[in-house]
Design a protein around this ligand. Structure first.
Ligand code: SF4
Length: 334
């Protein structure tokens, strides 16, 4: 176990899907054995766009934590916490906001995307609020609250870590210190899974398979996955590389030998798509069997999940307080 700190988190979007599991959670489970990990659920970040829809927010936090715990993220190994339970991060956000040039924030690619989505909506929620503008700085405050060494990211999020580094460097220059580390991205090469319709998997696109789905629901959803559109009868020779979803899933969930066998049978017209997808549904259910059983336990005991989050937050807060104490001195606050 290295003494380096890894920091990452998720917005509380409710029950998570296989895209989250394969793209993020599986990596978090691995990293907790190698580093000192802080994993947080970003409920303040949720407010940047959903400030007017907070009825389900607490349950969404619990749902994300339930999926994490079921998937093997362990409070014994990683510090799991809720962002809004660490007020030190909000104070650090203020100091960092004071030194961050506006155009550094505006160049954030995610902010541009979010702004576009918001502008396309009608009414009150279409405004870009001050809090949303500042979200890249808040994200920097999250990371620097623990003076993290690494943030695991996909290639498209490297820019976020660059901004964190830029802000940390600017702070160090202004206050003549080398207190903040220059956080590095930890690139992950996780499998990217598309949605059942071939587009990006997402809750709002209604094309996802959830970790919490039952075996029946999973099997049913997999039957709707897009296959080789040119194939009309089950004994027509298939084209696995043009099988837009099902074969891609096989490549994620089966080993090379099985994938080669499926490819061969498909190309020879010896494998019907309905059968193929039935087997695929079983394969996915097999992979998530244990996780789903564990999930049922936590789902039935939300008080246990909440206790884990509160204890993790207390632990995280102690560390954030140490960072903030130093920052207050460097900025020469009263
Ligand atoms: S048999 Fe399987 S791999 Fe081949 S096109 Fe149908 S679903 Fe895709």
């Amino acid at each position: 176990m290295q003494d380096k700190i890894v920091f990452t988190g998720m917005r509380p979007t409710g029950k998570l899907h296989l895209g989250h599991y394969l793209g993020v959670i599986e990596n978090m489970v691995k990293l907790q054995d190698e580093y000192r990990c802080y994993y947080f659920i970003a409920d303040w970040h949720a407010l940047t766009t959903k400030y007017d829809k907070t009825e389900g927010l607490k349950q969404d936090v619990i749902d994300v934590a339930t999926d994490w715990l079921a998937s093997g993220i362990s409070p014994e190994k990683a510090t799991i916490y809720v962002q809004s339970l660490i007020p030190e991060t909000a104070e650090l956000h203020i100091y960092l906001s004071m030194i961050t040039p506006q155009n550094w924030v505006e160049r954030d690619p995610n902010l541009k995307d979010m702004a576009k989505i918001l502008r396309s909506k009608e009414g009150f929620a279409s405004q870009i609020n001050y809090g949303l503008m500042g979200y890249p700085v808040l994200m920097t405050a999250d990371i620097l609250s623990f003076n993290a060494d690494y943030v695991p990211v996909g290639i498209d999020q490297v820019a976020h870590v660059e901004l964190t580094r830029d802000i940390a460097r600017r702070f160090n220059n202004i206050y003549k210190t080398d207190f903040f580390k220059e956080t590095q991205p930890l690139l992950n090469n996780c499998a990217l899974i598309c949605g059942l319709d071939g587009n990006k998997m997402g809750k709002s696109f209604n094309n996802d398979i959830k970790i919490s789905d039952s075996e029946e629901a999973t099997a049913k959803k997999v039957m709707s996955a897009i296959t080789d559109r040119s194939r009309l009868r089950k004994d027509d020779p298939g084209h696995p590389d043009e099988c837009e979803v099902a074969f891609k899933y096989w490549k994620i969930f089966a080993d090379t030998e099985e994938v080669n066998k499926i490819r061969c049978e498909c190309e020879k017209g010896e494998r019907g798509c309905a059968d193929c997808k039935r087997q695929l549904g079983c394969k996915i259910n097999e992979r998530f069997k244990e996780i789903r059983e564990k999930r049922k336990y936590y789902e039935a005991h939300p008080e246990t999940v909440e206790k884990i989050l509160r204890e993790g937050s207390e632990k995280a807060r102690v560390e954030a307080q140490k960072v903030l104490k130093e920052v207050r001195q460097l900025v020469r606050m009263f």
